[in-house]
Design a protein around this ligand. Sequence first.
Ligand SMILES: NC(=O)N[C@@H](CC(=O)O)C(=O)O
Ligand SMILES: [Zn+2]
Ligand SMILES: [Zn+2]
Length: 371
Amino acid sequence: MNTEKIFGPPGDSPVTTLTIRRPDDWHVHLRDGDMMRAVLPFTSSQFGRAIVMPNLTPPVTTVAAAQAYRDRIVAALPRGATFTPLMTCYLTDETSADEVEAGFRDRVWVACKLYPAGATTNSSHGVTNLARIGSVLERMERIGMPVLIHGEATEPTVDTFDRESFFIENSLRTLLGRHQELRIVLEHVTTVEGVAVVRENSARMAATITPHHLVLNRTSLFQGGLRPHYYCLPVAKREHHRLALRRAAVSGDPCFFLGTDSAPHLREAKQAECCSAGIFCGPTALQTYAQVFEEEGALGRLESFASCNGPAFYRLPLNTGTITLRRRKNLGDRSLRIGSSDIAMFRGGERLAWSIDEEGDRDPQLEGRAR
Ligand SMILES: NC(=O)N[C@@H](CC(=O)O)C(=O)O
Ligand SMILES: [Zn+2]
Ligand SMILES: [Zn+2]
């Protein structure tokens, strides 16, 4: 990592540019069609790779569907982009272990995504009971294929703010016991309990942390009125949970890495009687992570979180090339136009401390270093 004036003597002017190995996004929703074409450049310009979530309608449940979806993403990439989408298989009660293994061996998908049925956006085809997919999980355990979990309980009697900790205590711990070699990512972790279970099982477990959960708590959702654009699942929790997430992210520990959970919804779906869950944070994700790491006095560890810990967990090579962030106050766009509608951007129109160099410059010293 290259920084200018990062560790200068006290009173010295602060770091002005920050060059890190090109990062990856280990959790993103690229959607499909016009929306995919509109949101993809924000991901492909910053990240070398991204784990693409399979919660389309209909969900991506077969090798053929994943292959076709990957082809559509690659065809939509801006000219000259060097970006690799990493695909996932949406688990249902009917998923076949053979199909899962075939797609993994053919390098079509890198992981399976487990949505408890009804837990979040487009999860109605998800798993109704973990016992139903026991043989699939057993196979994944055997072949070393990770399962990525939206870790929230779905029982209607469980309080929304307790759904993650309830899932951990009542489902995840059983799963960990039943499948002792299974490799697991707790996606978009939001609680102290989530951070703890990941640390306890860090030999085979990791978690992604979103930019928004590092800066929002549940009070932010009601700041001056109800904020639909801050609503996502799992919902932001109390302040002490947010502080635990910040400590985990900046710790440098390999079991925590970057996953934006950028989840675009049209404005009419957000500003509605029943608001869809999801925050479109892709355009300002890296800038927000940089701000958080700086506030925590840990800019020197941003690179491990953003660019190194994820590839180590997924057993993939590090990216070559770099990205440069510059301390330059900038006002980003407020929203992204899609046909006659638009998508509100998280922190769009806010004055952010960091901006991303457009060229995506490459450092010859880093080129070819990995692999
Ligand atoms: N995070 C969200 O609130 N929404 C995601 C689904 C998900 O990741 O749970 C979406 O697809 O919109
Ligand atoms: Zn989710
Ligand atoms: Zn998601």
